[in-house]
Ligand binder design. Sequence first.
Ligand code: HEM
Length: 470
Amino acid sequence: IYHLWFSPLAKFPGPKLAASTLLYEFYYEVICSGQYTRRIEKMHEQYGPIVRISPYEVHIKDADFCVEAFSPVKKLDKYGWWYRVFGGPGATVSTEHHDVHRSRRATFKNLLSPVAVRGFVPTILEKVKQAGLIMSHHAQMGRPINMSNLYRCIAADTVSAYALPASLNLLDSEDLGEEFQSGLRLFFEAATTMRFLGFLQPLMMMMPDIIFKRLLSDPAKSLIKLIRTIQRPSDMEKSRSCLIECIKTNKYREQGDFRERLLQEAEQFIVAGTETTGYALSVTTFYILQNADIQKKLRQELVDAQISLNEDDLDITVLQNLPYLSAIITEGLRFAHGVGSRLPRVNKTGDVQYRQWRIPAGVPVSMTSRLHHEDPQLFPEPLTFRPDRWLQPDSKQLRKYLSPFGLGSRICPGMHLAFSEIYIAIAYIFTHFNVENNGTTKEDLISVHDLGAPFPKRDSKGLQVTLQLR
Ligand code: HEM
């Protein structure tokens, strides 16, 4: 009764059931597995650009407003209830308060800068070439390959080698990271459930180690082992400037357990940098393969540019200046929003005004990038993959509405690394192989379950392709 009649949000449009209990969201998120984003989309169709989606939160679908409201100059908190399940209390991604977040994020500002990423290009190329050998082997055997898994392996091996002194080496695994992928999906499913059943967390912490270990998949165990072993002092000394050093030596060093913070930040890097980048690569490749003309133009540009894809002299800026490749990658990111669900923020410093609606300070306000990316007013024929839309005189204006990496002060810090991986992998693969789709449909790739990260239908075989060496 309070939520429906007396709450300061009582006058906001939206379904009465959603306004009165969190069980409404629980049903769509947990019972139906990641369906609330789609439900919110429907609510906007019915109620307009602002809807109350829970007893405590409103969601806005208005790209111009969101760009402004999520601007980096605004001091916004993350919505603790939503984010606490994505990492421990020491992880930057789940840090609630703006000021604490600022100092935590400063810890690895230099680590992920464009200059630092440029220094890492030879390692990225090495990983892509390793994947190229696996592809060549499949080409010779005449066997199709699951590119979704291969891309995820490249992403996991790259981000782990970047953040830690050792790589996860999933490209060496026999199942090409298949088990790792199931583990990641399980992680996101469990996180979605725990958001609502947080009261069970203390019980889980009491679970004996032996039972906990049995529940983990082998790759999850290797990830934990990898992070644990690199905490030995000898590894710390010999490590190049990576996450360990950043946390240990930075001036914002926090009180508390260094190892625990390292574990949480490292996990966050690997989870945040694997599914997202792998998904962007799969979706972009899928759409290139759907259209012979796009593929032809891309190859022509790569051939004309005569780029050397060797570790010693690859200049990534040359790749990044290729207009058609860049347009393809930008359009790919419009489809492959790494975080499919909403991004809620809390402004504690003052009320938020949206049109005639005054949202009281402290109320979580969320937005969803996909809803902007698929808005026909902003992107005509939004469900058609059209790199050309990024090559028009006015396409700079359009970029404002593209937010695959989020917005504001919490925008993805790993985007330079992600861009480098995507540019190198797409350029390398389409230079060295003829690639053909082997029966993959859109339904095998599009996000059906938004669990923080987007996941396709459960029985999807990923992007299956056949290859021929060029
Ligand atoms: C195509 C690839 C990627 C996409 C689309 C992507 C997308 C995003 C988005 C949308 C957010 C904001 C989440 C929010 O506001 O709640 C985010 C945050 C984050 N991402 Fe990425 N990401 C990608 C790759 C990476 C990589 C490679 C890394 C690691 C090097 C990384 C590390 C992070 C971290 C640490 C955060 C939390 C930032 C903070 O809260 O300050 N991401 N990412």
